[in-house]
Design a protein around this ligand. Structure first.
Ligand code: 13P
Length: 303
């Protein structure tokens, strides 16, 4: 099938199945363009919790589709590419987190949304990169176990110095590929550009940035900024919306290595097949889901 027939078929199936397509900002442009909602992890979780459709087709990685299922158990949640995972989410297991909790019995546990349902189920509260600082600021205990992203934990610790953050050595393999040399080179080439990064980058890169935020916050910042040039320190997918919304502005990806292979697995064919065959459905055991829901519901209170 050619691309326009595929898009037509997806749109017909969407109506037939009473489905909504959600896509993360890192998805390939053609998948973002057929989605009903495109956003960061926070916006997609919020949408998944309230959309009034029978089927959610989640174009992203597994933890995102699982989060949608946790929040919307009565809906059928499909992950079009079943092998799209997140090595960061796999960096800590529920058993490893339990060992940490036993080591620090007075600490509260904050888990980044990039984590398994099992990890969410034994955490006190979940957060995304857009609200991690607010979540931590609002926790009553001084000691906080923050898993699994070490760089996001470091960013939060810097912003909320009154808390003792106990981090876990997990990181995003895509953001970890960039170096300070990439930053020197990009800043030399584009002297008057603003430098925008995701908090999953390492501290030495974050320190040289003009703005730190989630994918949606980066896109929004570029929209509102008076600057005309931007160096982007996150995955290439965000450039699609930025360029579409701001044709007069220039965007330079910090490094060509900023491509998440997992986020790029989902194709239009996968979306079509998932809707046609209702395949790759997400299931979560009810005891884990109920507990994970508690930490996710609290996360949604911090816009
Ligand atoms: P956002 O919540 O900023 O969209 O990030 C999700 C993610 O997985 C970043 O690597």
């Amino acid at each position: 099938m050619d691309k326009s027939s595929l898009i037509n078929e997806i749109n017909k199936l969407k109506i037939k199945r009473d489905a909504c397509i959600l896509a993360h900002n890192y998805q390939v442009p053609e998948v973002q363009d057929i989605a009903d909602i495109v956003g960061d992890s926070f916006a997609l979780s919020k949408a998944a919790a309230k959309i009034n459709k029978k089927v959610l087709v989640f174009c992203g990685v597994r933890f995102m589709a699982e989060s949608a299922k946790i929040l919307s158990p009565d809906k059928v949640v499909l992950l079009p590419s079943k092998s799209a995972g997140c090595p960061l989410a796999d960096a800590i297991t529920r058993e490893q987190l339990q060992v940490e909790k036993n080591k620090y019995p007075y600490a509260k546990v904050v888990c980044y949304v990039n984590s398994s349902a099992g990890v969410k189920a034994i955490s006190d509260i979940c957060c995304t990169s857009s609200n991690a600082v607010k979540v931590v600021e609002n926790i009553s205990s001084k000691e906080i176990i923050f898993v699994p992203d070490q760089n996001l934990a470091g960013y939060v610790a810097e912003k909320v110095p009154e808390k003792k953050i106990i981090s876990w050595p997990g990181n995003c393999i895509t953001h970890a590929r960039i170096t300070v040399e990439d930053v020197f080179r990009a800043k030399e080439e584009h002297t008057d550009a603003e430098f925008l990064v995701h908090p999953e980058v390492s501290a030495d890169i974050r320190e040289s940035a003009d703005f730190v935020g989630s994918t949606a916050q980066i896109i929004d910042h570029a929209d509102k900024s008076d600057k005309m040039k931007f160096i982007i320190g996150t995955e290439i997918g965000v450039l699609h919306k930025m360029k579409k919304d701001n044709p007069q502005k220039k965007f330079y990806l910090l490094s060509p290595r900023l491509v998440c292979e997992n986020m790029k697995m989902t194709s239009l064919e996968d979306v079509y097949n998932s809707l046609l065959n209702m395949e790759n459905e997400i299931f979560i055991s009810e005891d884990i889901r109920i507990n994970a829901l508690e930490s996710m519901k609290k996360m949604l209170c911090f816009e």
